[in-house]
Design a protein around this ligand. Structure first.
Ligand code: FIX
Ligand code: ZN
Length: 425
């Protein structure tokens, strides 16, 4: 084909793919959002957008006040300070700053006025229910997967009191404290009536941990279990984490037909003064993940890994183990440069058998920008790939593109997870 024909062909493919990718509904398989029944645990609105921990970390690049002075401020005052430094005194070019503007624009608000009080007034006139509908529609999100922790003293009472279930939200059982903060977790289980021994755990302790996991899996109707892991995570190791995984968590997941989501690579609290914004990233030895996939073929593992340098090896692992499903560009990798790179890498090594993105939103409104930005990048990558196919003479129908995008936006995840997730999605 001659050059003008090639360019026109590419533009046609790109246009069609963009249309499909921008409109296909998606499952947001990992967030920190809650259903409205959890009341103040569901964060939304301009001040929560501005005090998002990604922006707090960025603001401290410029702020000179002591950390304690910042934390002593009210949420509105913190938001004012962040607006001042990240939006007014410097241009908001970072991904997290740009995200706030994309979101406001999607709501029909005029960002060029730079009028924070006017933005606050608009949000004050919204109800959470209407805002939830609006955000889910604008983001094209079909279901929001929550992160639910029985160890969270604000969240647990809501489950215990009971509430009317909202079909748009799915629960996932988060078990970081159990695996990473034993014996403190054991003491908490013991206080709830589970007969566990913090110091010399016997078979009965592991059985009781399984009883705890089964109770909470039922209580919240968990779709998968999940844990974030430090960058020095090793498996197997001579430690309680390995024992708990082998003797309680994996048998529980097999019995209930649930995947275990692993999120390795975080270095918690590298700067504790920054609180939630103080976590860092580290390279992981993926032998631990390999040993889990190889040693437990009856278990299913979802995985998202924090370090850019681990992404290639993770793809190769997923080629070897069909019980491993990679998902999302997590946290520090959720920036355009890396979403583009990681999505290309995954498509080139795994075809369509992965889930390219999750939002990790902590504030409801964020699903709007996180999905809009990611959809654009995914569409561009797919356009290149389909164009490469067209170059070989392979012809693809619109229906086939739609099928492939559905696979990436939740279909593949659902099939991987099996019956439990398929039922509700
Ligand atoms: O551990 C996690 O699930 C992380 O996603 C969060 O803890 C982190 O703070 C975050 O918000 C990343 O996007
Ligand atoms: Zn998260």
């Amino acid at each position: 084909m001659k050059l003008p024909g090639l360019i026109a062909g590419k533009a046609r493919i790109a246009g069609q793919i963009r249309e499909i990718v921008m409109s296909e509904q998606v499952l947001d398989i990992h967030t920190h959002l809650y259903a409205p029944a959890f009341r103040e645990l569901l964060l939304w609105g301009i001040d929560d957008l501005l005090v998002y921990h990604y922006l707090v970390a960025e603001a401290f690049r410029y702020l000179e006040i002591p950390y304690e002075r910042f934390w002593a401020l009210s949420k509105t005052q913190q938001a004012d300070l962040i607006w001042q430094h990240l939006f007014l005194e410097h241009s908001p070019v970072s991904e997290a700053c740009r995200g706030v503007l994309t979101t406001l624009q999607a709501f029909g608000l005029d960002v060029k006025k730079r009028d924070l009080p006017a933005l606050r007034s608009w949000f004050k006139t919204q109800t959470v229910e209407r805002h939830l509908d609006r955000c889910m529609t604008l983001a094209g999100v079909r279901r929001i997967f929550m992160t639910n922790s029985p160890f969270d003293d604000l969240e647990r009472p809501v489950w215990e009191a009971g509430f009317a279930h909202d079909e748009r939200f799915a629960a996932c059982l988060r078990i970081d404290p159990l695996l990473l903060s034993w014996p403190e977790a054991a003491r908490r289980l013991a206080a709830c009536g589970y007969r566990v021994q913090p110091d010399r755990p016997s078979q009965r302790t592991f059985d009781e941990v399984r009883r705890f996991l089964a109770d909470w899996t039922r209580q919240i109707k968990a779709h998968y279990l999940m844990v974030s892991l430090p960058s020095d995570f090793a498996f197997p190791a001579k430690n309680i984490t390995t024992q708990l995984i082998e003797r309680a968590v994996l048998p529980h997941c097999r019995e209930h037909g649930l995947p275990l989501a692993l999120m390795p690579g975080v270095k918690r609290a590298v700067n504790p003064e920054l609180r939630l914004a103080g976590d860092g990233v580290g390279l992981v030895n993926l032998d631990g993940l390999q040993n889990l996939c190889a040693g437990y073929p009856e278990n299913k593992f979802l995985a998202t890994i924090l370090a850019r340098e681990n992404q290639h090896e993770a793809c190769v692992l997923a080629r070897k183990f069909r019980n491993l499903h990679l998902f999302g560009c997590w946290w520090f990798t959720n920036v355009p440069t890396l979403i583009d790179e990681i999505t290309r890498l995954r498509l080139e090594l795994l075809g369509l058998s992965f889930t390219p993105q999750h939002s990790d939103a902590r504030v409801l409104d964020q699903i709007v920008y996180k999905w809009q930005h990611s959809r654009q990048l995914i569409a561009d990558v797919l356009a290149d790939k389909y164009f490469d196919l067209a170059q070989t003479g392979w012809q693809i129908t619109r229906g086939e593109i739609e099928r492939d995008v559905k696979e990436l936006f939740g279909g593949g995840f659902q099939r991987f997870c099996g019956a439990r997730v398929a039922q509700v999605c």
